[in-house]
Design a protein around this ligand. Structure first.
Ligand code: AKB
Length: 376
């Protein structure tokens, strides 16, 4: 649902810029979502030490502005200077941001995930593709107005892959960026479209215009696997069974898993996803050889997850009750991704195996979150 141009909430006591005054800013859309939680605190931490432009010393950093369709929870809002409640499809909101800020970087996280998108494909297209075009246009106009390339990060997904059937999926093993890009979901189509649009705005935008500028944006994208956070739960995704199973066990709730025990897709922890994002965005331009990269960490089956969860929470009640539609989506996604390009070009290395993700990250953090949890 579209909110009208929203209320701007200022935190840190920073004043909202007006008139001629334009402050250098990092913009995060969809800031209230799962990834926004982790990314905003990391950007806030990072800006204490980085210099985004001349005149900003260590400890000052750029202003961080956030947009989300809903009010941000306090734990997220505390990491940004200004938070706007509004819709990325609302041109008036984007125009207002353009007038107020010199946006140097955009992290465009806002999207409807794969399961939700299948219930309302046209709405998903409107938000996921229409919103992305709006943000890319905003970035290109920003570059034109302040004369500097705007860096744009776009989280893509393993949903861009579409393997025709389970036998082919199992035969294919790890897929690289060019293979099997024939998504079966609206969300996958939207993410693939976003990747192509980003490449277009970076390399070819307004090809025939006399006053065109080269590379108005520097577009960088990662195809993320399912992401598991100890702090938040996803909603509307098809990889949600991984995080849902763990959180349910920690909260003492029974869980019905909507895929078969042998279902297998790649996953990573939220801190790894945030680290990959920051590493790619910090990589020198000359080493970033492609606009879109796979990253990989671990690729357990749903049964591997269940065994680890039962090992940690002996009272966990997990049943498998596959939903044929959601199972079919998972069966169209690869068992794992080939991340050779990310390792070679900008030094990506995962932190975790599935076992260490449980023992070193998920269990300690989730147990602290659910006081009644009985993990061991
Ligand atoms: C989803 O399930 O929709 C997402 C994804 C794999 O991109 N988590």
């Amino acid at each position: 649902m579209a909110h009208s141009i929203g209320s701007a909430h200022s935190t840190h006591g920073a004043s909202i810029p007006t008139g001629q005054q334009r402050v250098t800013a990092i913009l995060v859309t969809g800031a209230g979502g799962e990834m926004g939680h982790g990314l905003l605190s990391a950007l806030d931490e990072q800006r204490k030490t980085r210099e985004l432009c001349v005149g900003e010393g260590a400890g000052v950093g750029p202003t961080i502005i956030a947009v989300d369709i809903r009010e941000l929870p306090d734990e997220v809002r505390q990491h940004c200077d200004h938070a706007y409640v509004g819709d990325i499809c609302d041109h008036a909101l984007l125009e207002r941001l353009l007038a107020m800020y010199e946006i140097a970087e955009i992290y465009h996280l806002a999207a409807l995930l794969s399961t939700r998108s299948e219930f309302a494909p046209e709405t998903a297209h409107h938000v996921n593709v229409g919103g992305t075009v709006n943000l890319l246009h905003l970035a290109a106009e920003q570059a034109r107005s302040h004369g500097r390339t705007v860096k744009v990060f776009f989280p893509s997904s393993i949903a861009v892959y579409g393997l025709p059937d389970l036998a082919t999926k199992l035969r294919a093993g790890k897929v690289c960026e060019e293979q099997w890009c024939e998504p079966h979901t609206m969300y996958g189509c939207n993410k693939l479209a976003g990747e192509h649009l980003g490449r277009y705005y970076d390399h070819h935008y307004r090809k025939l215009a006399k006053d065109r500028i080269d590379h108005p944006i520097d577009f960088r994208s990662i195809r993320f696997p399912g992401i598991i956070s100890a702090e938040t739960l996803p909603s509307g995704g098809t990889s949600d069974y991984g995080p849902e199973m763990i959180h349910a066990a920690a909260a003492g709730r029974a869980y019905r898993c909507f895929v078969r025990p042998d279902a297998r897709i790649p996953f990573m922890t939220m801190p790894e996803a945030i680290e990959a994002t920051l590493e790619l965005m910090a990589a020198p331009k000359e080493s970033v050889k492609r606009s879109v990269y796979n990253v990989a960490s671990f690729a357990p089956s749903a049964d591997d997850f269940a065994r680890l969860v039962r090992g940690a929470f002996p009272h966990a009640q997990i049943e498998f009750e596959p939903d044929l539609g959601r199972q079919a989506i998972v069966d169209s996604w690869p068992t794992d991704c080939d991340d050779t390009a990310a390792r070679r070009d900008w030094g990506w290395t995962p932190t975790h195996t599935v076992a260490s993700a449980f023992s070193d990250y998920l269990l300690p953090r989730i147990s602290a979150r659910y006081p009644q949890s009985t993990a061991h």
